[in-house]
Design a protein around this ligand. Structure first.
Ligand SMILES: Nc1nc(=O)c2c([nH]1)NC[C@@H]1CN(c3ccc(C(=O)N[C@@H](CCC(=O)O)C(=O)O)cc3)C=[N+]21
Length: 296
């Protein structure tokens, strides 16, 4: 029987644990604060940012939402980041990506104080992750780690294939999978658009993480019987009826016939990404105030 991995349920448990951390911080006189910065007119970006703000409210994190006109000069965003860096009530800063073309996204990442970089994208935090001394694990790969752990899916000795080499998902995911125990010890292959014979690589994989950004790119015929399939795709596609539908990078119907366990889209990785942002925010607050908390 194929197990459908319930990301909403695991995310809800993480949120409960984060809410307890918020209580502990509150007893010490600290309310964690997250700044979300949106410099975009894109509907999907707006939706994600407002979902993150709702999540904050649910667990007791103060959400400070900042919107910048997408036509404003890049300096406006850089200055905003500088101000948030200096603001004591702000423990975490998230600049929703992508930013407009005239803004240098690397400059945004470099400017964000590493201690407040709850996305885990600052070069210092990337380096720490690679060195096996992570401060903030990037939310999506960390959420996937939590999903695999919640479903007792063994990474030790497993053959894992990560499809996609982005800085925000593919690369950090591969780095987590190759780390030493408790989580990791997987033999990990990273595939991408120049990979020859992807199907041959996938056919040997015990764990597949699909993060290519192409709707239904991977189907059941490419997978090994019993494989665990983690679908990171968030593709908005138009249906025959003309409305918009959210689909993953995996063709769910054919993949579920073959897989041992699979995440749906929506309701798989997405909610976990948001939950781990809350996790990183309370972690940031606890570190900035030197208050001990028990992270979920
Ligand atoms: N600085 C930055 N950090 C990010 O973490 C970041 C970002 N920029 N830019 C865009 C991507 C995308 N992303 C998602 C998070 C949650 C869902 C999510 O919760 N999806 C729901 C469905 C949502 C819906 O219905 O549209 C689900 O899969 O069940 C989706 C996408 C975070 N991102």
């Amino acid at each position: 029987m194929t197990e459908i991995i319930d990301g909403e349920a695991v995310a809800s448990e993480i949120r409960d644990g984060v809410a307890e951390c918020v209580d502990t911080l509150d007893e010490a006189g600290v309310q964690p604060g997250l700044a979300t910065v949106l410099m975009s007119d894109d509907d999907a970006s707006k939706t994600y940012v407002s979902m993150k703000q709702q999540d904050c409210e649910e667990v007791g994190i103060a959400a400070h939402d900042i919107e910048i006109d997408p036509d404003a000069p890049a300096a406006e965003l850089y200055d905003t980041v500088d101000e948030l860096n200096a603001e004591d009530a702000i423990n975490g800063i998230l600049v929703q990506m992508p930013v407009p073309d005239h803004v240098d996204d690397r400059e945004v990442l470099r400017r964000t104080r590493p201690a407040k970089d709850v996305d885990g994208f600052h070069p210092e935090n990337v380096g720490r992750l690679v060195a096996g001394d992570a401060r903030f694990k990037p939310c999506t790969p960390h959420g996937i780690q939590k999903l695999l752990e919640a479903y007792d899916i063994e990474t030790e000795g497993a053959d894992a294939v990560v499809v996609g080499r982005s800085d925000i998902v593919g690369k950090p995911m591969a780095n987590l999978l190759i780390q030493k125990a408790p989580f990791g010890n997987a033999t990990t292959t990273v595939c991408h658009s120049r990979t020859q014979d992807l199907a041959a690589k996938l056919g040997d994989a015990d764990i597949v993480v699909a993060a290519v950004g192409v709707p239904e790119f991977i189907d059941g015929s490419m997978l090994k019987e019993g494989a665990t399939v983690i679908d990171v795709g968030v593709n908005h596609v138009e249906t025959d009826e003309g409305d918009s539908e959210l689909v993953g990078d995996v063709d769910f119907e054919s993949a579920r016939e073959v897989a041992g366990a699979i995440t749906p889209v929506p309701g798989g990785v997405g909610p976990m990404t948001r939950a781990m942002l809350l996790y990183n925010t309370v972690k940031a607050a606890s570190q900035q105030h030197d208050i001990e908390i028990e992270l979920p």
